[in-house]
Design a protein around this ligand. Structure first.
Ligand code: DSN
Length: 417
């Protein structure tokens, strides 16, 4: 039986090795990060804070967590960091516990406009008993409508304004929302899961510096970390966030991935700026090329994207589900996505697809390769060649992109250590 699992993992790795990975919420980790997964840290418990554990045997784990916190504070220039949440939803749940009470109202971006489910009734915000009001959203700008929000904020009386999205093409108006929040004694939270690496690489504004009271984020999208999360804030909110995380929503916090996270923060300090710049250049180039080929890429008026993401309206091609399946057949892996005019009821076949270039950028791809990717997409969707032929071309194309770049030691991306 165990050989069956090993075989499936090998087959998965081979599939990824020769595909074009464009899911906007994923990335690769370096070998140094992956090695941490195999360490004894993954067998241990370390409930509590550094130096105040409920278990013996934590002295080296304490040192790793201390280093991880210090690196995080340095990277994001913040006073306070908690690196214990084991996922983005857990970080959001902790922030809701720290900054709201059941029955409070929050402003969130709706899921079709790009918001994450955990900011909504069906997930973390709902579990905390929060009432949700959606921001007015400017579809042309693909951004929160600040004026519209200001008009209704006094009546809505939210306790918290939640910014940050899963479909995030723009810099979001943290400063402006903070000004509105201050007038009604509300707080601002920014879920930076998608753009954390772009913030570290200084191509996306740091929401804490722009006035957000708390930033939550997963660490594995544009950031180089394993799958976990963090919370950043000012020292004055530290105690309540710590308490919401442990004992609130986290017991042990997966110490092998904590060690991996510490290494990824070092990689971000060293390589983050060069990486993030290339990510945005690549996203723009891919968007422009698809647009020139006649695809309905959202956001022509703002240069298509200010992040790692692109959104394309593919209704004319049968919708997001059909398009994503067709691309998967040739080895192009991305996801179908709701667009602002969609109802959540059509989530199984929404209007759009979402494309992220952060992973192919980590593999060393640049603008030239974005043109090739656009051509592969076009050949597939317009049936210019047979699927097997395109599959073969993609296999050949991927042969030159097998190592994880922007790392202290570049290594094979799919090797099983
Ligand atoms: N739903 C994920 C995404 O793909 O953006 C984040 O949790």
């Amino acid at each position: 039986m165990s050989s069956e699992i090993a075989k499936l993992i090998r087959e998965h790795n081979e599939m990824m090795r020769y595909s074009i990975p464009l899911i906007a919420s994923e990335n690769l980790t370096s070998k140094a990060v992956r090695m941490c997964y195999l360490s004894d840290f993954g067998h241990r418990y370390a409930e509590g804070k550094v130096g105040e554990r409920y278990y013996a045997g934590c002295k080296f784990i304490d040192e790793v967590e201390r280093i991880a916190i210090e690196l995080t504070k340095k990277l994001f220039e913040v006073e306070y960091a908690n690196v214990q949440p084991i996922s983005g939803v857990v970080a959001n749940l902790a922030a809701f516990f720290a900054f709201t009470n059941p029955g409070d109202t929050i402003f969130s971006i709706s899921v079709p406009c790009g918001g994450h489910i955990s900011h909504d009734k069906i997930s973390a915000a709902g579990l905390r008993g929060l009432k949700i009001v959606y921001y007015p959203f400017d579809v042309e700008e693909m951004n929160v409508d600040v004026e519209g929000t200001e008009k209704i904020a006094k009546d809505v009386k939210p306790k918290l304004f939640v910014l940050g999205s899963s479909l995030i093409l723009r810099r979001q108006p943290t400063k402006e929302i903070k000004e509105i929040a201050e007038k009604i004694d509300a707080k601002v939270m920014f879920d930076a899961s998608h753009v954390l690496g772009l913030i570290a690489g200084k191509v996306y504004p740091n929401p804490i510096k722009e006035g957000a009271d708390v930033l939550t984020a997963s660490t594995h999208k544009t950031f180089f970390g394993p799958q976990r999360a963090l919370i950043l804030s000012d020292e004055r909110y530290g105690k309540r966030i710590d308490k919401a995380v442990f004992p609130g929503v986290v017991s042990n916090h997966h110490l092998h991935s904590l060690a991996g996270y510490a290494i990824s923060a070092m990689e971000m300090l060293e390589f983050g700026e060069a990486y993030a710049k290339q990510v945005v250049k690549n996203a723009r180039k891919l968007a422009e090329t698809l647009y020139d080929l006649g695809y309905k890429v959202l956001g022509e008026k703002f240069g298509f994207t200010e992040t790692h993401q692109i959104a394309v309206d593919v209704r004319e091609l049968g919708g997001g589900d059909k398009v994503a399946r067709k691309l998967e057949e040739v080895g192009i892996i991305l996801n179908k996505n709701l667009l602002p005019w969609d109802s959540v009821d059509i989530a199984s076949n929404p209007s759009g697809i979402r494309i992220g270039v952060q992973e192919v950028t980590r593999l060393g791809m640049k603008e030239e390769e974005m043109i090739k990717i656009a051509e592969f997409i076009d050949s597939t969707l317009r049936n210019k060649k047979r699927a097997e032929e395109i599959r073969g071309e993609i296999r050949e194309f991927r042969k030159s992109f097998q190592t994880v770049k922007f790392a202290f030691e570049e290594s094979d991306a799919y090797e099983i250590c």
